[in-house]
Design a protein around this ligand. Structure first.
Ligand SMILES: Nc1ncnc2c1ncn2[C@@H]1O[C@H](COP(=O)(O)OP(=O)(O)OP(=O)(O)O)[C@@H](O)[C@H]1O
Ligand SMILES: [Mg+2]
Length: 477
């Protein structure tokens, strides 16, 4: 925790005055208390990173306060001010967990040195904490990008070339195609690995908030700005910032963003100081940004500035061959992460999964498999475990065997019937097969029944009878 706000407690007004001046000048927020109970009240009401307490105050003493702080919020660093004469007190303070002590009358430099030391230590702690978090996240998100299909190989090629640079990348693709996954992969494969990767969704946050989130503001910049806020650009300094759904960024903010990208510096709202930032931008959109540019909803100059390296992610239906790989991968993940037994798919299921159109792309596949794996009692998942797909009419006639296609169609038709009520299902279904089959063969033979009977391997008379009973229209247009 970096030191931002400091509580100073001393019953001597001159000391309070000197400390508040000196600390405020260094940019800290300072609150002053003239005695122990005031200090305790302030401490409980606000959040401080450091407290500088006089050891000798009427009523609640600095040592008492120290104990209370240690009890309630041990992470707050406490510096005790003691009179030079009483070394014993200093020792006692340290024993009770004070961070450090200074002796009065003191030199402001001594306090500076303590704060500096604390800042450095907190930076290290913060860094360690952040690295740990990031490692954890990295581990969790060691979500390799799965896929070997041509369009994915194109993606890997660009990714490999662009990741090590600082180039701005614009990732496009339908929802659920892995834009965020690719954005992270770019960061983790860049020299910025180990520095923050921050994401912000421009569509999910209202305009005014989005500006604050990105650029931050100074205390008092507007009503309600009671504390300084550090924006994502500053937080991501040295790392990467993922601007998701960039197409939804309001025009005014686009102008501000463009300036930041060009100048490589930001200005917090309510401040006139510019702060240099070194941030790599990865943006993503599932809209046609060019169309938005035409409609004057997206700045053309910003579009070109962002679109330095475009990466286009294919829809899942454009890379159906990757589906078995993805299925295997997600099954393994559910198994490992959710204590679900290891599961597989029947061939028929795989064909169903391969023929569905997946409007929600990989995310939909992932969720669908998770649900099926959690709910199915069987070790091998069958099409029945995917009722949503069976009912959907977006199962397309994709590659896959004729049998599996028919099987899928049949399953979905039957799902809509009350099978218990039927008594001639076999004939009904076979007739539905026969009619198109005979029609197609007759088309191919241009109505030549002799030839058609040969191809079908049935008797000419049988064919003639079937044409009658099935009511096949022989007229050709
Ligand atoms: N190629 C892939 N390999 C493995 N997992 C993937 C792949 N693509 C996407 N995923 C997974 O699918 C889910 C959705 O991916 P992601 O959030 O990156 O999509 P997105 O394109 O950002 O979607 P949206 O536009 O809806 O935000 C995530 O759980 C992600 O891990
Ligand atoms: Mg996303």
């Amino acid at each position: 925790m970096a030191i931002r706000r400091i509580l100073v407690a001393d019953d001597e007004e001159s000391i309070r005055w000197v400390l508040s001046k000196a600390l405020a000048k260094q940019g800290f927020a300072v609150d002053l208390a003239a005695n122990g109970s005031e200090a305790l009240e302030l401490f409980r009401r606000n959040s401080y990173e450091m407290a500088v307490l006089d050891i000798k105050m009427p009523g609640i003493t600095g040592l008492d306060l120290l104990s209370k702080i240690q009890e309630e919020r041990p992470e707050v660093l406490v510096v005790i001010m003691t009179a030079e004469s009483s070394m014993k007190n200093a020792v006692e303070a340290m024993k009770r967990g004070a961070y450090d002590y200074i002796t009065k009358p003191f030199d402001l430099d001594a306090l500076d040195a303590i704060i500096l030391k604390a800042q450095k230590a907190s930076k290290v702690t913060e860094e360690v904490h952040r690295l740990k978090e990031e490692l954890k996240e990295h581990h969790q998100l060691d979500r390799s990008i799965i896929g070997q299909a041509k369009p994915m190989q194109e993606v890997y090629k660009i990714l490999g070339k662009v990741a090590p640079s600082d180039a701005t990348v614009l990732i496009t693709g339908e929802s659920g195609t892995g834009k965020e996954l690719v954005a992270r992969a770019i960061h983790y494969n860049s020299p910025r690995l180990g520095k923050p990767f921050l994401a912000i969704n421009c569509a999910a946050i209202p305009r005014e908030l989005l500006e604050s989130e990105l650029f931050g503001f100074e205390k008092g910049a507007f009503t309600g700005a009671t504390e300084r806020k550090i924006g994502k650009f500053e937080q991501a300094n040295g790392g990467s910032l993922f601007l998701d759904e960039i197409g939804d960024m309001p025009l005014e903010l686009q102008a501000k963003l463009l300036r930041v990208l060009q100048e490589k510096e930001i200005t917090r709202t309510g401040s006139s100081t510019t702060i240099p930032v070194d941030v790599r931008i990865v943006a993503a959109t599932n809209q046609e940004l060019k169309d938005r540019v035409k409609a004057r909803e997206f700045r053309e100059d910003l579009f070109y500035r962002l679109n330095v390296v475009p990466i286009e992610l294919p829809a899942l239906r454009e890379r159906r061959d990757d589906i078995p790989l993805l299925v295997e991968y997600f099954m393994r993940r559910v198994h490992e992460e959710q204590q679900v037994p290891a599961r597989g798919c029947t061939e028929e299921t795989m064909n169903l999964l391969k023929s569905y159109s997946w409007p929600g792309n990989v995310r939909e596949l992932e969720n669908t498999l998770q649900r099926a794996a959690l709910l199915s009692p069987d070790q091998l998942l069958t099409p029945v475990d995917f009722p949503a797909l069976l009912e959907s009419n977006s199962v397309e006639e994709a590659e896959g065997s004729l049998e599996s296609l028919i099987s899928n169609k049949l399953r979905s038709s039957l799902a809509q019937m009350d099978v218990q009520e039927l008594d001639n299902l076999y004939d009904m279904v076979l007739h539905q097969m026969e009619r198109p089959l005979i029609k197609i063969v007759l088309e191919k033979t241009r109505g030549n029944q002799v030839r058609a009977a040969e191809i079908l391997g049935i008797n000419r008379n049988t064919l003639r009878k079937k044409i009658q009973t099935l009511g096949i229209d022989l007229k050709r247009d």
